[in-house]
Design a protein around this ligand. Sequence first.
Ligand code: ZN
Length: 232
Amino acid sequence: MTIGQFLSSPDFRRHYWARNHLGWRHMDAARPNSAHHAIARMQRDGSMTGVITQNVDMLHLKAGSVPTLDLHGSYGRVICLDCGNLLSRYTLADRLDAVNPDFADRVRSRGAIEVAPDADAVLHDTADFVMVDCENCGGVLKPDIVYFGETVPRPVTDRAFAMVDAAEAMLVAGSSLTVMSGLRFVRHAAQSGIPVVIVNRGGTRGDRFATLKIDHRCEVILPSLTATTTLL
Ligand SMILES: [Zn+2]
């Protein structure tokens, strides 16, 4: 979805939210893997000072990574485009359930639901879904996620650059760095003389900046890093 589509019409937004209302619970049920847990352990033992993620799935947070900087936002938050009010996705779910009492059951009876990475269920008939507006001002509610056509808010990129500047090294884990919003921090680190280690299965756009590239799965490599730390 692009931000232009989202803003284009109330009908598009109703359709979008109907699918999101079904999809987000599937995303919420997802659990962190061994790589997320390894990163959280490295934060706890002080060898990792912060996490910047391009994912909106909250898996680092669920693994206990604090702080985590969500570069592209999070599926767990909703923002009012008019007054900037932030609310929890759980709060919105309660409001949507109240005005769409048997929507999920009706959809479920039509068959299985597919869910895309941004918590967007694949669903075609959403005409009977009722969307709600901001309780503060009646404004338009949007997932607090950076969509195509939007830019990462300046305070967020400022914090990310500050994290990179304060680091002795940067570990890139499980990203092909295809979008510039993440790649620029890798480039910045390399230009500042900060060593960059990339762990990813397959090539990445950041490979030319890497001091060390490990072409393997994060779920295998990152737990072995923390095991080594423990032995030392
Ligand atoms: Zn509002």
